[in-house]
Design a binder for this molecule. Structure first.
Ligand code: 13P
Length: 288
């Protein structure tokens, strides 16, 4: 059931668990994530970066695919179709394409401009019944060409953006997109705690969910994180399973070259990763 992310995140914040955002790249990814959410009776957010949207022939194609798949798979759990790290123009494209949620990443602008643009998009998104995420401070590393230096957010700026009426707030707390380097300093819980105290009931978003140890994830949820984004980990799981299939020569046996067979181990690996994360985030059984 396609919905905005507002209700599911409000419930997550009140219930002290987090909803997973899993980024999609194609039909296999989308199906694997939707089926796992349904099986586990969990709410879920499908994240679409601007690069992945382009790869899938544009946001209209993505919205049409997700809507049709949601219907034909008989998905009853709440599903939000969400733009990940959207530009100002990208947000308007997704509003038009029929997404149910957007992220406007204005973190690279001066705070005044981030506020101005976020404010405008909050009004437009809410007018369409959509939810909106904003960002303060930046997420380190690179995702689909979006590069961040990873500076921690200023709690006072977080409050200014939260007060604009966004539905969820991403704040840099030392998190990084992609794999964490061996010398990573870990999440800044001091920053997270200060942001949570300033922003109160606002559901906070933890980007860069790949490779964050379970104890840190749990502590982040305790300190007010209600949405956790995972992208790279599903890609790595898919790649590893596909590599094993090919290295074992299975693509050369019988009709092992059939794409439905060739991609099946990777799809199962995505499902296993999504299940593991949903269990860790505490959102299993929270669909109703
Ligand atoms: P990872 O690729 O590190 O899991 O980050 C995902 C993310 O934050 C999407 O915005």
């Amino acid at each position: 059931m396609l919905v905005s992310a507002t209700e599911m995140l409000k419930k997550a914040k009140e219930g002290h668990y987090a909803v997973g955002q899993f980024n999609i790249n194609n039909l296999e990814w989308t199906k694997a994530i939707l089926q796992t959410a349904q099986e586990l009776n969990s709410p879920v957010i499908l994240g679409v970066s601007e690069g992945a949207g382009k790869y899938m022939c544009g946001f209209e194609t993505v919205a049409a695919m997700v809507k049709a798949m949601d219907k034909s798979l008989g998905i009853t759990v709440p599903v939000a179709l969400h733009l990940d790290h959207g530009t100002y123009d990208g947000c308007y494209k997704c509003i038009k394409a029929g997404f149910t949620s957007i992220m406007f990443d204005g973190s690279h602008y001066a705070i005044e401009e981030n506020i101005e643009k976020t404010k405008e998009l909050v009004a437009v998104a809410h007018g369409m019944g959509m939810s909106i995420e904003a960002e303060v401070g930046s997420i380190g590393g690179e995702e689909d060409g979006v590069v961040g230096m990873g500076e921690c957010a200023d709690p006072a700026e977080c409050k200014q953006i939260a007060d604009l009426g966004v539905d969820m707030l991403a704040a840099g707390i030392g998190n990084i997109h992609g794999k964490y380097p061996a010398n990573w300093a870990g999440l800044s819980f001091e920053t997270l705690d200060a942001i949570q105290q300033k922003t109160g009931v606002m559901p906070l978003v933890l980007h860069g969910g790949t490779g964050i140890p379970a104890d840190m994830i749990k502590k982040a949820i305790d300190l007010g994180v209600s949405k956790i984004n995972v992208n790279t980990e599903c890609q790595l799981a898919f790649q590893e399973a596909t590599r094993k299939y090919v290295e074992a020569g299975k693509d050369l046996e019988g009709k092992g070259f059939d794409p439905r067979k060739l991609l099946a181990p990777g799809v199962e690996a995505i499902k296993a990763t999504v299940k593991e994360k949903m269990e860790l985030f505490g959102c299993v059984g929270k669909a109703n």
